[in-house]
Write a protein that binds this ligand. Sequence first.
Ligand code: NAD
Length: 384
Amino acid sequence: MTMLRVGIIGTGMALEKLHYPAYQELNDKYELVAVCDEDINKANMWAQKLGISPQNAYSDFRQMIHRPDIDLVDIMVPISQNFIVAEAAAAAGKPVICEKPLAPTPEQARHHAELPRRFGVPIMIAENYRYNEEINIISDMVVTGYVGRPVYFVQNRVVFFPGDMYQDKFPAVEWRQRADFPGGSLLDTALHDVAALRHIFGAIDRLQAFGVPQDDPFSPYAAVNTNMLFKNGITGNFSFYCAGKEMQRPLIGLRIFCTSGEIFLEERDCGTINVAHNDGRTEQISYRPQRGFYNELLNFYNAAMGKEAIAVTPEMEYGDAKTIFDILHSVRTGQVVEVDRTEHYTPGHEQPQVYHMPHGHMDHIHHHHRPNPDYGGHGHQPHH
Ligand SMILES: NC(=O)c1ccc[n+]([C@@H]2O[C@H](COP(=O)([O-])OP(=O)(O)OC[C@H]3O[C@@H](n4cnc5c(N)ncnc54)[C@H](O)[C@@H]3O)[C@@H](O)[C@H]2O)c1
């Protein structure tokens, strides 16, 4: 089997807790051959852990990205640098996996959405919620009308950032506590929920949001309430509270009201989707939580082998990030904001277009057509 040789950029918590376990599970498909962290001690520690020689540990990613024996880079750096590093790697002709959000600002997000076309390289944004089993199951239920037509939803997401920062959790790092990118926790965490909602319901026509301002620099707002109208006609309310707790069980979670019943996901890791039909029947549908990291790496591998399209391209993720920037704009101005201009974007159910890795050692196994510069996006155009 063809192995893809990976250069890691950023050896922090996302590598340790999320990507590395998935790479271990896929060790017949991926080999980690080089690591970079601006803190060379961390890079060295990982080189040792991976059993690769110290020459493969870097503190400057620019020295690593040109190596011909690396097939792709996986970028897990602080949000402020996601676009800068991805652009440099794409300019060097390297296929890219880059963590979410694709960029810290609307301008950089637009540029990121154009990188695959500009440099002819495949790029996947590691938005794991779009690859999580529960979101895909719910998306299928909505698209196939499993409980009738969806009418509206409520989604409530609560994160206790002020408490989590003292634990071995993502808020423990300084760059999240003093967020130097707009929206703080909204762009970091609420982005996942927005991606999931867009994965389920598709393009958003308009939204309007209010926020409760706070002084803590991890987020400009303690809570934000957003009303959304989707292009498919359904409406919903998304509440995001990053400075407190939700103590009452069951949690509000995600509840989708449909013409023949209700779909209820209490929280990401609960393992069960509850379906209550209007005729009184109930169903508990199990899923395996947190499979997004494995599924996304498998998707990228299959795309490199020419078997399927990359499901979450920068173009796709651009819409998720734009939604967060639009929420922030609405809170600031009090205006209703247009989000997606076209209905063309629909979630997950299009014919995939196959693309081929344009560089690297797999070239010999590809004998169909040259990479389509559009390489399997879902046709969601960036807005200008
Ligand atoms: N998909 C998810 O659920 C999820 C979860 C956590 C983090 N993330 C994403 O992963 C990324 C990293 O987050 P994290 O929690 O691992 O942060 P972290 O601070 O733990 O790790 C980031 C690492 O990057 C290194 N670094 C900084 N600038 C660098 C540069 N220019 N070159 C090389 N290394 C550099 C830092 O020294 C640090 O070790 C972020 O983009 C974040 O949004 C995603």
